[in-house]
Design a protein around this ligand. Structure first.
Ligand SMILES: [Zn+2]
Ligand SMILES: [Zn+2]
Length: 410
């Protein structure tokens, strides 16, 4: 454990908190949608440059990467913050609430940091400021990755973690491990929650096309009913979850979210289309579910005299916390938050594109409390009432700072 820095850093932490909160509020008031984070990127780049950190801009469109070399050689740790906001109307009385309106798919929409990425950005700016003053004690290199478009790039565009990885963000210098955090509106300030292994789900999208034979609604025997086949398929898919997947290992979800078929009450249509999502937390389970869906869909359709195809596309992979890295870094979290405030948590079936970094290098992604302690009404992410208590941010700064130093000095 590295205690050399403890006392210097206590002073630094005290000094940085008000700055981090101020940055967060400025960013909160000026939110920008995915792949359009121009002003946010400018602010980050300006800050990193002022600290003497080597800066790359325009990474994966609007991403900013800072490289801070310690005075001694060693490993490379990457720290990631996502920087984009959402088309959500902010409904509260905060003095720094967003009133921004912008164009989204040809429509005017309100914009809000309704996932808390403003806090991630400000926290990482704070970590950069502290670490930049301690290069004499850093053994190795810290890479600050400010990532655009975590919520997904606009249709027809690439973006986010996947594009950053494609553009080589984990290379030159090659990253050994990566840390990231997500603020949480329903976890009290001061608390850190984590899970080893599959933490957030892989999200996949599927499209099923069912082909039957059109007939009069009064004469089903002269046709093949694609709506009935769709019902059998939906039922069959749920048996994969309930009967074939070892649910005590990890959770898994198949959801059919939309069915399109038919024109009127007395016609059995020619075809049906279903689209939906698959959520998994374990690579083997993901492979099994995909394989069984591909077998079952055409087989069930055939059993009822029709045909069906299924196409499955990856949207985001599993946010998988490397168990050894988690074990290695827990003492750092315990040190900053206190053991009682570092808690394990259940898996989340939502998805996070941090997974694309973790696919390349071991990573640890954890959740940081952002709910005012004692609050009884807290609001979920992506909703108009979402709110983060920024007294929780300093713990995020401390966690990422200490984890980086401890990892590099091990
Ligand atoms: Zn989000
Ligand atoms: Zn988010």
């Amino acid at each position: 454990m590295n205690s050399i820095l403890a006392q210097d850093l206590e002073k630094e932490y005290k000094a940085i908190e008000s700055k981090v909160i101020e940055w967060r509020r400025e960013i909160h008031q000026n939110p920008e949608l995915s792949n359009r984070e121009f002003k946010t990127a400018e602010k980050i780049a300006k800050h990193l440059t002022s600290l003497g950190i080597e800066v790359q801009t325009g990474v994966a469109h609007t991403g900013v990467v800072g490289i801070l070399k310690g005075q001694k050689p060693g490993k490379v740790i990457a720290l990631r913050a996502d920087i984009d906001a959402l088309p959500v109307f902010e409904r509260n009385d905060l003095p720094f609430k967003s009133t921004v309106v912008t164009d989204f798919k040809g429509e005017e929409v309100p914009v809000m940091h309704a996932c808390g990425h403003d806090t991630h950005t400000a926290i990482l700016m704070g970590v950069a400021e502290i670490l930049s003053k301690h290069t004499d004690k850093i053994k190795g290199t810290v890479k600050f990755i400010f990532q655009p478009a975590e919520e997904g790039p606009p249709e027809g565009e690439e973006g986010g973690a996947l594009l950053m990885v494609k553009e080589g963000v984990l290379k030159n210098p090659d990253v050994d491990a990566i840390f990231g955090l997500h603020i949480n509106s329903q976890t009290p300030v001061g608390v850190i929650r984590y899970k080893s292994g599959g933490t957030m789900a892989a999200a996949q999208k599927f499209v099923i096309n069912v082909k039957g034979k059109q007939s009069h609604g009064a004469r089903p025997w002269s046709g093949v009913d694609p709506i009935l086949i769709s019902a059998k398929i939906i039922d069959g898919l749920q048996t994969i979850i309930s009967r074939e997947v070892e649910l005590t290992n990890e959770a898994a979800v198949i959801t059919v979210g939309k069915i399109t078929s038919g024109v009127r009450f007395n016609i059995i249509p020619e075809s049906a289309e279903m689209i939906g999502t698959i959520r998994t937390l374990d690579y083997d389970m993901k492979a099994l579910i995909n394989k069984r869906m591909k077998e079952m869909v055409p087989a069930l359709a055939k059993a009822y005299g029709g045909e069906a195809t299924i196409e499955i596309k990856d949207a985001t992979d599993i946010t998988y916390n490397d168990p050894d890295l988690v074990t290695q870094m827990l003492p750092s979290l315990n040190k900053v938050a206190g053991e009682n405030n570092v808690q394990t948590q259940k898996a989340v079936t939502g998805a996070e594109d941090f997974s694309y970094f973790q696919k390349e290098v071991p990573g640890f992604f954890f959740f940081l409390g952002g709910m005012t302690p004692g609050n009884t009404a807290s609001f979920p992410h992506h909703t108009p009432d979402f709110i983060i208590d920024d007294s929780g941010l300093l713990l995020g700064v401390k966690a990422l700072t200490e984890m980086s130093i401890d990892y590099l000095n091990k």
